[in-house]
Design a protein. Structure first.
Lengths: 306, 232
């Protein structure tokens, strides 16, 4: 068991997400940076479906009440085990009574804390993932925050841990400008000029970012608004009335009225999630076939990647 | 029933998501297709199906790309539509009645709307009640249904600034549609009444909703006293 010492309202229990209920308007939820969370489970030899804790912008401390192997992945931050600095993307074994403290973040937005076997949290409609918008899932089934003194249970695993740390070359640099792979919609209302502008211009991440979507700043795009709303895919790129793109993230609404012009690939979506306000983003067109090949590989490598 | 169904236009929109265009959002044909597909997908829930949603004439399907590709998916959806056509019964026989109180005490936007539309309050209420509506889309929140089509006199743009907290059971209009807010959410539609009807029940196992795609709905006026006496 893990005891929460201090936390923020932005931290939550997540997993791959809650699927099969979007026709009722429920958000999928799930890890914002599925790449980093999937590595956390992989390093601990957990299944892809295993639940973990998502930390947003640091500021978390907890106590291990039993011996447990754990790993922290995601953005660069000061993290200490019993007051000693430890590395991210590396498996450690905490002794009973050990304190883990995640302090200031230097890059990125999200960290993932996973334990060997995973956290044991009640499933709500098939998933433990907290959806703040729908007020379901998470530690209290109502997407409430972690509170000091709260106990988070975990499962035990008999599967051996095969790796201790991630090869350094695979650790993403969230400070680097992002080339965001996109598939353009065939049935979009984009003129060739607008299309070129979208692919040639560079954008910066605005202050308006949340688990619902990331709005980007750039030269406004000219596009007509459709009469009716339509279903929105994860990673969909909407253009607002002011001509700015919003990339739809894990807690996105299921229907929307703004024109949808493209979809960000699942891998790039993880990388975008870790970008902060002011960071640069450029879009690069990829074919559906190439993007599918990449997702098939991610599925194979991590067990599941949705 | 008209069995001539053209090949659906499909579009691969991301690695594992395809969108199928079913036709004009509020046409009888697209509602019929939407209803048929929804019932089939829920009943069968094929192994390749991760999730789906239907909105305003478009069907979005997320699928397991290891099990099926988007060309095969398009074939499967097409077969689903054609083969099951005969055995399908359109679930529109009964009209679902929504007891609605239009008293200004629970209809905060009636007065403003009356000015905006150039209609008296009672005209708005009787125009709203005079029609039956089809559920053209579900979503936004469990139990929320987009109902169409309101009479043209009632067509009105959404509010410029949405309300952050709409009381549950609020009956609202916007554009050419009407809807009921099942729980307290933000929203930009104009509130013209309130019902005590519970539109969704959500627990950790299942969601069930009163209003489902393709069904027919009518609003029936009740007095403020009746409305208050139904309160639990």
């Amino acid at each position: 068991m893990l005891e929460v010492i201090s936390s923020s309202s932005l931290h939550s229990i997540q997993d791959l997400g809650r699927f099969g209920h979007s026709r009722f308007g429920l958000a999928t939820a799930g890890a914002m940076d599925l790449h980093a969370s999937s590595w956390a489970n992989k390093l601990l030899n957990n299944t892809a479906e295993t639940a973990f804790i998502e930390l947003t912008l640091g500021g978390f401390s907890c106590r291990f009440l039993e011996t447990k192997a754990f790993v922290l992945t995601g953005g660069q931050c000061d993290v200490q085990l019993n007051g000693q600095p430890i590395d991210l993307w590396t498996v450690y074994i905490a002794e009973p009574g050990s304190t883990l403290t995640v302090k200031a973040m230097h890059s990125g937005v999200f960290n993932y804390l996973a334990v060997h076997g995973g956290f044991d949290v009640q499933h709500f409609l098939g998933s433990p993932a907290a959806s703040r918008r729908d007020q379901i899932g998470g530690i209290d089934a109502q997407a409430g925050p972690f509170k000091p003194g709260m106990i988070i249970k975990w499962k035990t695993s008999t599967k051996p841990i095969e790796r201790n740390s991630m090869p350094t070359k695979y650790i993403p640099d969230y400070k680097a400008p992002l080339i965001c792979d996109v598939m353009l919609r065939e049935h979009n209302q984009l003129s060739d000029v607008t299309k070129r502008q979208f692919l040639d211009d560079s954008y910066t991440v605005s202050n308006e970012t949340s688990r619902v979507g990331y709005r980007l700043d750039g030269c406004p795009l000219q596009i007509s608004v459709p009469r009716y709303s339509s279903p929105i895919p994860l990673g969909g790129v909407q253009i607002t009335a002011a001509g700015q793109p919003i990339v739809l993230m894990r807690d996105h609404q299921t229907l929307g009225g703004y024109p949808l012009i493209a979809s960000v690939t699942r891998r790039s979506l993880s990388m975008l999630a870790q970008r902060r306000a002011g960071q640069m983003v450029r879009f690069k067109q990829v074919s559906i076939n190439d993007a599918q090949k990449e997702l098939v590989l991610l599925n194979k490598f991590f067990g599941s990647f949705k | 029933m008209n069995q001539v169904i053209d090949r659906l236009v499909s579009e691969a929109v991301s690695e594992d998501v395809s969108v199928f265009h079913l036709g004009e959002p509020i046409s009888k044909q697209s509602l019929l297709l939407a209803n048929r597909i929804e019932q089939q997908l829920i009943a069968d829930w094929p192994e390749w199906l991760i999730d789906f949603r239907i909105g305003f004439g478009q069907l979005l399907i997320q699928y397991q790309i290891d099990l099926i590709d988007h060309h095969q998916l398009a074939d499967v959806v097409q077969t689903l539509v054609i083969e099951k056509a005969e055995e399908h019964s359109y679930s529109s026989c009964s009209v679902i009645q929504i007891p609605t109180c239009y008293d200004p005490r629970v209809a905060p936007d009636l007065l403003n709307l009356s000015e905006q539309l150039g209609l008296s309050r009672s005209e708005i209420v009787s125009l709203h009640q005079s029609e039956t509506y089809k559920v053209i889309t579900t979503g936004f929140a469990p139990g929320f249904a987009y109902l169409a089509e309101t009479l043209s006199q009632l067509h009105v743009p959404r509010k410029k600034i949405p309300l952050t907290r709409i009381p549950p059971g609020s009956v609202a209009i916007a554009e050419n549609q009407t809807a009921i807010y099942p729980k307290e959410t933000p929203g930009g539609w104009h509130l013209i009444g309130r019902t005590q009807l519970q539109l969704a029940s959500v627990n950790n196992q299942t969601i069930s909703t009163v209003l489902n795609l393709g069904q027919t709905v009518r609003f029936v006026e009740i007095s403020y006293d009746q409305f208050m006496s139904e309160e639990e």
